[in-house]
Design a protein around this ligand. Structure first.
Ligand code: NAD
Length: 356
């Protein structure tokens, strides 16, 4: 057994179909009496229903969450929390909404109660992000880790099949990179492999029947585990590429992860054989990169960057940016790697099978 450091993150998880019924109890346990309910404009009906059920414990609904937490939205939400004298930020939605809750917590120390409705995993991490003048600033702060998370798979039934698959692949990406993280530990390895296994088994069932609560429960359970891995250990080349693609070209978050992941795994395969063994075992595949590519393809997810809005002319620029301030990676990424990354991105752009 290698030496390691394990940091438990203090959050309470209430999991299970129908667990939203424990909402009032959980708000009380947090010692909160005026929750500001956050959501995207599209999810306002759900947020309104939650506020209604909270009655006097709801201080209002702020339905302006959008992707990447623009600083203007964060400021407006912070002002609203102050105006209504909120003592809790309740994030109902995906990573964008949880991100808005984190921006409030960062400024005001309000506790967050998160009710995730995608598989992005932000609710399990102390990582925040705020975008100003087109640049996303990120950081880690223990105050932004949600104190309580209610995972109710029934709330994910409405997540469209396409987004369910790509969001699930986004979760798998956290676990896959966690398996070769420099600062990983055996507990994270267990969670990562189990998270990938649960999601890989559940996504085909979700695609066939989006209302299958057993499959939705398994997928959300997998997403929870993958989120823990993201919150505990460092990410590498795959996340760097996705942040570069998302940040500079504004490509959709979950889809970018879905397309890039098999190629990033192929790039790292020889440098991280143990991780690849665990990923392929979890996928029940002979090869990690090919197994991930097939999982996306078989479930109707995009496998080509050209199909999600990227222009071929941007391949070289992204490769160039990705070697600047690189994250630690099992296969070193330095200026010499730019050509290899260009090839990786070219294949991902075309939707070609990953080359291990
Ligand atoms: P999202 O939160 O942007 O949601 C995508 C869309 O799906 C939105 O329109 C939303 O309203 C809708 N939606 C969500 N759940 C739904 C449901 N159950 N039914 C119907 N519609 C639903 O997408 P996301 O992929 O969850 O989050 C992406 C964002 O989260 C990115 O900005 C990413 O950087 C961030 N993120 C941060 C962390 C972190 O640790 N800080 C982790 C993962 C993702």
């Amino acid at each position: 057994m290698r030496a390691f450091v394990f940091n438990a993150q203090p959050s309470r998880v209430v999991f299970g179909a129908g667990s939203l019924e424990h909402l009032e109890r959980e708000v009380q346990l947090l010692g909160a009496s005026r929750a500001l309910v956050l959501c995207t404009p599209e999810q306002q009906p759900l947020a309104d229903a939650i506020a209604k059920r909270l009655g006097a414990r709801a201080a209002g609904v702020f339905a302006k969450a959008v992707m990447h937490v623009p600083v203007e939205t964060a400021s407006a939400a912070i002002d609203e929390a102050r105006r209504v004298n909120a003592d809790c930020a309740m994030a109902v939605g995906g990573g964008s909404t949880t991100g808005l809750g984190k921006a409030i917590a960062l400024q005001s120390n309000l506790p967050i109660l998160a009710i995730p409705t995608t598989y992005a995993g932000s609710e399990m991490t102390p990582i925040w992000g705020i975008t100003e003048n087109g640049l996303k600033k990120t950081g880690r702060d223990a105050r932004v880790l949600p104190r309580t998370v209610i995972y109710d798979p029934e709330l994910t039934v409405s997540l469209p099949v396409g987004l369910s698959v790509t969001s699930g692949m986004n979760a798998i990406a956290h676990a896959a990179e966690g398996l070769y993280a420099q600062d990983s530990n055996p507990v994270m390895d267990l969670m990562a492999e189990e998270g990938i296994r649960a999601l890989a088994a559940a996504l085909p069932c979700v695609r066939l029947n989006p209302a299958d609560i057993a499959a939705r429960s398994d997928a959300l359970y997998g997403a929870w585990l993958c989120g823990i891995v993201l919150g505990n250990v460092g990410m590498a080349l795959h996340h760097k590429l996705c942040h570069t693609l998302g940040g500079t070209l504004n490509l959709p978050h979950a889809e970018v992860h879905t397309v890039v992941l098999p190629h990033a795994m192929a790039f790292n395969a020889q440098a991280a054989p143990e991780a690849m063994k665990k990923i392929s075992r979890a996928l029940k595949s002979d090869d990690a990169a090919h197994g991930l590519y097939q999982l996306a393809k078989d479930n109707g997810a995009p496998v080509a960057l050209r199909d999600i809005g990227m222009k071929e002319a941007d391949v070289a620029r992204v490769a160039q940016l990705a070697v600047q301030n690189p994250y630690w990676n099992p296969r070193p990424v330095n200026a010499d790697a730019e050509g290899d990354l260009r090839e990786l991105l070219q294949r991902a752009w075309e939707g070609a099978v990953p080359v291990v």
